[in-house]
Design a protein around this ligand. Sequence first.
Ligand code: G6P
Length: 516
Amino acid sequence: MSSLSPHRHDNRPSRPLAVVSNREPYLHSLAGDGSLTWAPTTGGVSVALDALMRERGGVWVAHGAGAADRQAVDDDDRVLVPPNSPSYALRRVWLNESEEHHYYEGFANEGLWPLCHVAHVKPVFRAKDWHVYRSVNERFARTVSDELPDLAAPVFIQDYHLALVPGYLRRLRPEARIALFWHIPFPHPEKLRLCPYRRQLLEGLVATDLLAFQLDRDRLNFLAAAHAEFGAKEDRSRVYVGGRSASVCAVPIGVDFDRIQRVTRDPSLESEMKRLRRELRINTPIIGIGVDRLDYTKGILERLAALDALFSRWPVLRDQLTFVQIAVPSRSKLDSYAAVEADIDRQVAKVNAKHARAGDDTGPIRYRKSALRIRRLVALYRLADFCIVSSLHDGMNLVAKEFVAAREDLGGVLVLSELAGAAQELGDAVIINPYDVEGFTDGLRQALDMPAGERQRRMELLRRVVAGRDVLRWATDILEGLESLNSAPLPPGPTDHRQRPNPTMVTGAERLPTKG
Ligand code: G6P
């Protein structure tokens, strides 16, 4: 964290790439002495895209959510970032409390998030949330349109918060080159049918030139949904709807492998590891870790059940193993998140009480609810003998890849849920099913007993995958894919979708919600 004074000058970017996301990469706040300070947003996706922007330059349009964000921007709501080494412009979009509530908490996180994840939380769709989601998406589109330095500039939109931005932007800038990456799973068409606004969402997505998903499973679900709703046809990786086509592909996201490597080689890492050990009061020879957003999709309760079973089956482990759970509070105003947090709190206390060590009332689990900056995070990854990722459903899961990237020493075992997208690439992890407590416990035992040679061999194979598909490669694949597209003609054949009546396509000005 560092301080800087407010500044006002023209921050228009010189290099033309526009990234658009809900979450901003840097937040400003006021320090105790009243000076302006900043901090990067933690979390795999933000860190990954920041790496891309530092490399490419341009503008990133995002919701300004920091307490002192308004004080940091110039007259055009822009600030150069990273603040200590400016490489690109951050253009902030302001939302009032009600907009944040209905667009972000309501439609995006009580509606779309549970709709897209198979985690048994019922999605909630309210007309008011939908209305605000539309108007906020429209505001993002207008802002991007204002910021676009030239028509050839690629626009790279992120995730389910902004599904309607491509449609609105296409209306404002018909020639814009638009890609959207959907970071989370895309639901099966039968589940998508729960959403009363699914057609409008699909229409927004097909207004892109290139629509990318993590896995082929997501791509196929999207194509099946477009077919079910509009009779859309796919031809050579393009989907044709209502007179236009979009390229649809699967490009799994990666991590900033080189940056993590650099942190692992920093001579101060050793002392950071010692400090962590001390602070977490770890005095056992074996350390396990879990690092997650506090989200019901992450399978933290299932992980605690497997750890409970492990300590019950092998009580000797109580004195030999400490498990560190880092849970970063997330979307805590929502009941579904408050409920899972309360359940986890209770469960940790129960497991610790049940497996308390002789002469030690702390138990084997250390539970910390705060985010870690990258150096501490890498130090924690390096301390671990094993890392558990036990998602009930996950688009990718970047913790799994970060852990591998941090293990240049070839130590540590990754225990990975088969229901996380990452499992498709990281088959050399110990693969578990979080619903199968017995099998999960066996997987943990396997990780503990794994001979050093096998551990190293597996880690080497995992590292090859993670290094070979890092975040810059991910972004380059998408952006080069976008840049190489020609506006494809409609496919020949008996079904001409230009003729198909399609009353819900976003085609006219009357469908734009009123601003504000
Ligand atoms: C997931 C989503 C991201 C989101 C992140 C953190 O990874 O795919 O778009 O930014 O969670 O969630 P939050 O609600 O804190 O932005």
